[in-house]
Design a protein around this ligand. Structure first.
Ligand code: 5GP
Ligand code: ZN
Length: 119
């Protein structure tokens, strides 16, 4: 989709550090990391947000989570653990409207991160 930064990264029209790719998804380093490990797992199919995921995408959503888990272990944060975040729409803090899963870890969770985006 035009003017979508993640579609452009997938099409190699924008640079990114791509750590994983298969026929359905890519995983990149976040350009403004909030943690020592901060990756984004992104479906190649443009879906605006979790709110517009269709029933036919159910398996794809599951794949994204299993890719996140695999990358967490590759990044050595499977233990002690990590956080998965899907910001959904502006009220949920979403700024890029191409569905993506945040994988965050590598440091203790800051207390304020528990409520980030909710005030
Ligand atoms: P959201 O707030 O939509 O859940 O998360 C969007 C994330 O994408 C943010 O953490 C932001 O830093 C990251 N981001 C935005 N544009 C780019 C980009 O062009 N390249 C990369 N690697 N990350 C991006
Ligand atoms: Zn897109």
């Amino acid at each position: 989709m035009e003017n979508c930064p993640f579609c452009q990264i997938i099409e190699r029209k924008l640079p990114a550090t791509i750590l994983y790719e298969d026929e359905d998804a890519v995983a990149i380093q976040d350009i403004r990391p909030l943690a020592p490990v901060h990756l984004l797992i992104i479906p190649k199919k443009h879906i605006d947000s979790l709110n517009t995921v269709a029933a036919e995408d159910t398996a794809l959503i599951g794949r994204l989570l299993l890719i996140a888990r695999k990358l967490a272990f590759e990044q050595h944060i499977g233990e002690p653990g990590y956080r998965i975040v899907i910001n959904t729409n502006r009220g949920g803090g979403q700024t890029v409207f191409h569905l993506h899963v945040h994988l965050l870890g590598g440091a203790p969770i800051a207390p304020e991160l528990l409520v980030k985006g909710l005030q």
